[in-house]
Design a binder for this molecule. Structure first.
Ligand SMILES: *Cc1c(COP(=O)(O)O)cnc(C)c1O
Length: 465
């Protein structure tokens, strides 16, 4: 499989090059040249596969430059550390199927992609003899999941920017208490978007990026999207095991559009109708809900909510969907992204018919997030984290008779204990891996959101070839 940029400015490259490139060198995002199709015969044959076996089947359709046995080993190692044998189990609350994606080491769905990406990087670097300095911005969960993905790995250093005091205390400790020598935490005075803008700027300077062997780990990396496609397919196989109708709707708590974009890829891979609807759920930061409902993709102010991993306006994976929306024409993507960079808005209302075929959307206000946590707890004795609650509320908004709903549970409730306790009157049970975390020793650099200063810091601390 060859990969292309949404902006058309690079020669086609194979999977492993796309992984190491992260953001395309022309400033666009990398996508496979085609989306492979899975017919219903093949899908049925996958029913009895374990999660890692299924992951291999799905991913290998996008990867042809890693030997089969190596890819299998990488996948097996990535999911061996999960604390549930199904990796992404489904639990049932009445008509809702909750897809628990938080059984990895940092208790958020990002582990599913980043455990794999960490192993993949190590493998590719060993093969090539190179080094890698990972640079990423996080609104909370990516940072810790990325750090856990590469901590202690040779040939890799990781630099993670997070918005100072704007992540939950547990999230902050999960990142800053990791003492491996190859881990560098930087707290910036600013928002997640500021951090993301700095990272994008640094990556757009190709010479600098190459001289320091910088690579991305944010959801712009194609390997992350790919790893997330797997659990959509997994759910299709497992929910339909229990019900006659094999057509599903998914509700996805959305920030950077990475997770739901994986759902979009899964939808196009699978036989027609397997994934009937993708429900895009945002918190009060509603740019993507406005996009789906009105074609209005325009920046608002970032507001802080109880679901901080979704406190995002400019969604870094949006351009991938835009590429398909404008019939895969790089010139149109370029023009639209330039307009967005200049004015902070693009009007896509002319495409509303197509957008509505692909997605439904709701923006969920704060009070409804808490009310949803309370209601699900009272009715089913099940505790949602605030991100998951956003998705559950949106799912209920768009429920259709006869179509089973799968709600992606993106974080364990203990990661956001304060908001949960407010909603249900008691703190969620702390899983063993978080015991004592708030008392752990930490290490973190606090800096201004200044691209030059961050660049200087990288120059000083990056691993040299
Ligand atoms: C990152 C994250 C999201 C949003 O996922 P995107 O891929 O950025 O849309 C939702 N919930 C949690 C808990 C997250 O960590």
């Amino acid at each position: 499989m060859q990969y292309l940029s949404t902006r058309g400015g690079i020669q086609p490259i194979p999977f492993t090059k796309a992984v190491m490139m992260g953001l395309a060198e022309d400033g666009g995002l990398l996508l496979p040249r085609t989306i492979p199709r899975i017919d219903s015969h093949t899908l049925t044959a996958w029913k009895e596969l374990s999660y890692p076996e299924l992951a291999f089947e799905v991913m290998s359709r996008f990867i042809d430059d890693i030997p089969v046995s190596d890819l299998k080993t990488l996948i097996n190692r990535s999911y061996a550390g999960f604390d549930h044998e199904e990796v992404t189990p489904l639990v049932h609350c009445g008509n809702l199927h909750i897809l628990e994606l938080f059984h990895g080491p940092t208790l958020a769905f990002k582990d599913i992609a980043l455990q794999f990406l960490g192993n993949l990087f190590e493998y590719l670097l060993t093969r090539s003899g190179e080094v890698l300095n990972i640079l990423g911005a996080t609104s909370g969960d990516t940072g810790s999941a990325a750090i856990y993905g590469v901590r202690g790995k040779e040939r890799i250093r990781i630099f993670i920017l997070h918005p100072y005091k704007r992540v939950s205390p547990v999230q902050e400790k999960q990142m800053t208490s990791i003492m491996d020598d190859n881990v560098y935490n930087i707290a910036i005075h600013g928002s997640f978007d500021d951090g993301q803008a700095i990272v994008k700027k640094i990556f757009s300077d190709v010479e600098f990026k190459n001289s320091l062997s910088l690579g991305a780990i944010n959801s712009i990396n194609w390997a992350r999207v790919l790893a997330q496609v797997v659990y959509y397919v997994h759910s299709c196989l497992h929910v339909s095991r229990h019900e006659n109708d094999s057509s599903l709707a998914f509700s996805v708590p959305t920030g950077n559009f990475g997770d739901i974009f994986a759902g979009y890829i899964a939808k196009r891979m699978l036989p027609e109708g397997c994934i009937r609807r993708l429900i895009l759920a945002t918190n009060a930061n509603d740019i993507l809900a406005r996009f789906v409902n009105r074609g209005d993709y325009s920046l608002g102010e970032v507001v802080q909510t109880t679901s901080p991993s979704m406190d995002i306006q400019a969604a870094s994976n949006f351009e991938r969907y835009l590429f398909y929306l404008v019939d895969r024409e790089p010139e149109r993507v370029k023009a639209l992204m330039a307009e967005f960079a200049e004015t902070g808005r693009i009007d896509l209302s002319a495409h509303l018919d197509q957008i509505r075929k692909d997605f439904a959307a709701s923006a969920v206000p704060e009070e409804e997030v808490a009310a949803t946590i309370t209601a699900i707890y009272n009715e089913y004795d099940y505790i949602l984290d605030p991100h998951t609650a956003v998705g559950v509320k949106a799912a209920l908004d768009h429920q259709k008779p006869g179509i089973p709903l799968v709600c992606l549970a993106t974080a364990h409730p203990a990661k956001f204990g304060e908001a949960v306790e407010k909603a249900i009157g008691r703190p969620p049970t702390f899983p063993e891996s978080l015991t004592g975390i708030l008392e752990r020793e930490t290490r973190c650099e606090i800096m201004d959101a200044d691209v030059d200063k961050i660049r200087e810091y990288l120059r000083k601390n990056a691993l040299k070839r």
